[in-house]
Design a protein. Sequence first.
Length: 334
Amino acid sequence: MRICLIGEYSGHLDEGMRKLSSQLAEEMSREHEIKALDIGDVYHRQFWKEIRTFSPEIVHYIHGPSIASLVTMKAISLCNRKAKTVVSATHPDLPRPVRGLIRLLKPDLILTQSHDIEQMFIKHGCTTTFLPTGVDTGKFRPVSAAAKHELRKKYGIDEDAFIVLHVGSVRKERNVLLLGDIQESGHQVVLIGSGSTGIEQDVLLYLKKRGCVVRTDYFENVEEIYALSDCYVFPTQKRIASIESPLSVLEAMACNLPVVATPFGALPRLFQPGDGLFFAESKQDIMDSLNSIRSGAIEVNTRQKVVRYDWVKVVSRLEGIYADICSGRQPGAA
């Protein structure tokens, strides 16, 4: 199958959408002819020429959707009438005043993750089907106590501290200021900040002054940072601050870390709490959950929850969805 993937393919893989774009292109290229085009090139003539020359059966826009991306996909469908158009609702940006345009610009299929976003698109006449984000369960996996000890020495992390990890943007909208309170409650916070999404210097300074370990350099082997940690916290509440299925949460679970997260986006659809996964509605919930984890009374099996979303399984489902829409069947049907 000839598949054109439109995503973000330049720069370090320190941000969810870049990771998602790159991983999907890599996995799909094992069995299919893939043309990966960067969204930053959409206003260049060469971008459109490459799509026409490639003559895809599927054009899949991985980011968004926004009105701009839906307009782009409508233009692609008009120029490539044989291609089916697919848009992933990984990070929707559709304010209410413009949602009336969705019905005019809808692609052949929207891949949704959270229930509320799915219902919004259905309300506006779109065909949808559920497709979770994948995670590399081979790269992100549990390690032994000895390996954890060696990794802490490698990165200069206190070998006796209880390490609470967060991976993501160093920005207020991410609600990372809460990490300062976690630090002062007696835990050692480690924040691996994404440089590509921008760093708010006042937030960075605030967290460092509170005692958090903050690193903003690029970690090619970020799985080692998960492996040396004791638990993962995801305090984000604002929809704009993360993709629907935060990859860092899935990566932490693949490493079998206990996870404390807000019920953000698609997370409640993907997972039931328990076995070391806590959904926290407030700061006090987060603090209480961290204390429960640190007490050692919690049996942790978060990896078992996430292995169903291994990239191999997710891509297999996506291949079936592509085949369905190319054959005129209801997406996701047998």
